[in-house]
Design a protein around this ligand. Structure first.
Ligand SMILES: Nc1ncnc2c1ncn2[C@@H]1O[C@H](COP(=O)(O)OP(=O)(O)OP(=O)(O)O)[C@@H](O)[C@H]1O
Length: 288
């Protein structure tokens, strides 16, 4: 692995008797997008809060860029961006003022608010009061705000949750641009499609533990099955599906038999989704 940005070792947190995060360990390389994928209550937000200094770990250790999350909070905050779902924007201020306030807080003086707002699609709305923004616009502003200090690590908690497709796509584009710039991205989501599309690696989190961690393609290879689905017209004129497993020694033979014995209308390949694999590993769905 290239240079390590995030290093987590047996990190734990509990609320009373409830073990919300239970001895998790992983590393994230610089410039990598790690997706934290799990259902409600799995421990994603608690982990993010520990990593961003909002909760002090009860046990274990984590470092960001070599700084200890439990001790070096100020050093860390200067170098990270945080974009959490619950917006805490100043509604009575405009977008530029919101960014300026944040920049002042971090002692950033070389940032260009107009350029940043243009990047997130808010050009022309810079001086409008945030109270009048739509949910998608506020989320875009949150993204802009998380980029004010050109962060080395970007934490995003469900950044596209509940947004329209255009807003979601523009936020995903920014995540990819930030990775290109060299930022490390820690993304929590329960959207398996988003995780699959965006993330270099995905951690499945369930009941406070990491159940699997790998590149989506590797998870699919290891746990999923690929198959061919043929739509055929049967003798009585009905449309029916036939499934042939791929990656077996008999695939070619079965395809040839199917094509010679049935009237095949369409043939396409299908692979397991991350949700299928999550269920296989944990016995739970991502969305209940
Ligand atoms: N402040 C709190 N007090 C008590 N229990 C909490 C608190 N915050 C979270 N929990 C519990 O800790 C567990 C992990 O919660 P967490 O919010 O980290 O999960 P999550 O994966 O982020 O879920 P979601 O997708 O719903 O945000 C859950 O059982 C939750 O009910």
């Amino acid at each position: 692995m290239s240079q390590i940005s995030i290093s987590v070792e047996k990190l734990s947190y509990w609320y009373g008797d409830l073990k919300a995060v239970n001895q998790i360990s992983f590393e994230v390389a610089q410039g990598e997008i790690l997706g934290f994928l799990g259902p409600n209550g799995a421990g994603k937000t608690t982990t993010q809060k520990m990593l961003t200094g909002q909760l002090r770990p009860k046990d274990g250790r984590a470092t960001l860029l070599g700084f200890d999350v439990a001790k070096d909070t100020e050093e860390i905050h200067r170098r990270i961006g945080i974009c959490f779902e619950q917006t805490n924007l100043y509604e009575q201020m405009n977008a530029l003022e919101n960014l300026q306030l944040f920049a002042d807080l971090f002692g950033v003086n070389n940032f260009n608010g107009y350029a940043l707002l243009k990047r997130v699609g808010l050009a022309g709305r810079e001086k409008d009061k945030v109270a009048g923004y739509s949910k998608g616009m506020k989320q875009r502003l949150m993204v802009a705000r998380s980029l004010v200090n050109t962060p080395s690590i970007l934490f995003m908690d469900e950044p596209t949750s509940g947004l329209d497709p255009v807003s979601s796509e523009s936020i995903r584009d920014i995540i990819l641009e930030e990775r290109k710039r060299g930022a490390t991205i820690f993304l929590t989501t329960h959207d398996m499609w988003e995780a699959d599309k965006l993330c270099d690696r995905v951690a499945f989190i369930n009941e406070g533990s990491i159940a699997a961690l790998d590149a989506p393609v590797n998870l699919k290879q290891q746990y999923g099955k690929r198959s061919l689905i043929a739509k055929v017209k049967s003798a009585n004129g009905q449309l029916e599906n036939r499934e042939i497993a791929l990656d077996t020694g008999k695939t070619a033979e079965e395809v040839s038999k199917l094509l010679s014995s049935e009237r095949v209308l369409t043939l396409h390949s299908e692979e397991a989704t991350l949700e299928d694999i999550f269920i296989k590993i944990t016995g739970r769905r991502l969305t209940e």
